[in-house]
Design a protein around this ligand. Structure first.
Ligand code: 1CP
Length: 338
């Protein structure tokens, strides 16, 4: 999950100097620095490369701006065939070369014991931003295209899948140890619509990156499509806090690692309460193999870094106490070899 960002004063400082978020992403030195900040401060077991799921859309020719306090805006949303046909199938090693460079820099500076994660948005989630032109809770334009022009929607999804696949491959070649596919918005779909509109392109992504690196799939509010997600063939499933984690491990633990799932809003509580909740989560999991402790979504910008520290410290104590892991071995982050 997202672990760098505005809740960290050292991030704010780099961002101020860089002049903006996109400038940080496109400068491999700055992206590497910001990637390493949470590793240095908290000693987590995995770093996730500092980038954004929307950069491939920019590489495909869509203007992208981040407005202070407003989040991402894509001023030329894709709502007709002409715009979709003009979308370029980007070549990540050329158009997103700075991501590869940042991965190389981080890998060279990172303790070999710490995993480095690359990531991508899934086709459906990218389509949401591309069609809506930004964040949308209701996804009205996406639904209209899905239901009125399913063939056109499928053309867009296929083009997005092409770029997602090559971007994942490029990140693996550039030093990523594992890959996260964020399908943040697909949980909005009812199961039948998920199967029909989100799954086909996602299946291509998992088929065409099989064997490359361990791949984790995350969907916000995706508890109703867990069986379907496991069937796509990821090595790991990242679940949010709404999912019953022990039950999920019992059902799917034999086939996939399960990552999660403390509610990031719990980190708004005092450190003692964060520690108590984290310990309770670990106790509920009870050492079931294949669990990767993490938050159920990204760290909120309002979070006190002390709360994150309490989460990581408790995880480390829990790792020492758990019979599933040898003492001293850490369990936070995104490794899933246990
Ligand atoms: O400084 C700032 O204001 C920028 C805030 C920010 C950050 C820190 C954005 C804008 N992106 C990122 C980095 C980022 N985004 C990472 C790097 C890892 C890390 O920093 O530790 C990752 C993995 C993402 C992934 C991402 N971006 C997702 C999928 C995961 C999720 O949170 O569901 C999504 C949906 C985005 C879009 C996006 N980019 C930025 C924001 C604020 C958003 C979300 C907007 C929305 O809710 O629609």
């Amino acid at each position: 999950m997202r672990q760098a960002g505005r809740y960290l004063p050292e991030y704010q400082e780099v961002r101020r100097k860089a002049g903006g978020f996109l400038e940080m992403c496109r400068d491999p030195e700055l992206a590497a620095e910001v990637t390493l900040q949470p590793v240095r401060r908290f000693g987590v077991d995995a770093a996730i490369i500092f980038s954004d799921i929307l950069l491939p859309l920019q590489a495909m020719g869509m203007p992208l701006v981040f407005e202070e306090g407003r989040g991402p805006v894509l001023p030329g949303p894709l709502r007709d065939e002409r715009r979709i046909s003009k979308l370029k199938v980007a070549e990540p090693s050329v158009d997103l070369g700075y991501v590869g460079e940042a991965l190389r820099l981080v890998r060279a500076r990172l303790d070999p014991q710490v995993a480095l994660l690359g990531f991508c948005g899934a086709p459906f989630t990218l389509a949401c931003y591309a069609i809506e032109g930004g964040t949308s809770r209701t996804q009205v334009h996406v639904r209209r295209m899905m239901y009125h022009q399913p063939e056109l929607f499928a053309v867009l999804m296929d083009k997005l899948a092409d770029v997602v696949i090559s971007h994942l491959r490029f990140q693996a070649e550039s030093g990523a140890d594992a890959l996260v596919v964020f399908d943040t918005w697909a949980g909005q779909l009812a199961r039948d619509d998920w199967r029909r509109f989100a799954a086909p392109a996602l299946q291509r992504v998992f088929d065409e990156t099989a064997g490359l690196r361990p791949r984790l799939l995350f969907t916000l509010d995706g508890g109703h499509v867990l069986d379907e997600q496991v069937a796509l063939g990821p090595e790991g499933l990242a679940v949010d806090w709404r999912v019953d984690l022990p039950a999920c491990l019992d059902r799917h633990g034999g086939r996939v690692a399960v990552q999660g799932n403390l509610d990031p809003a719990v980190l708004l509580a005092p450190p003692e309460e964060v520690a108590r909740r984290t310990a309770a989560l670990l106790a509920a999991v009870g050492g079931r193999p294949g669990h990767v402790l993490a938050l159920g979504h990204g760290v909120m910008k309002e979070t006190d870094p002390e709360a994150v520290a309490a989460f990581v410290e408790t995880a480390r104590e829990g790792a020492g106490a758990s019979s599933a892991q040898p003492p001293g071995r850490r369990t936070t982050g995104a490794r899933h070899d246990g």
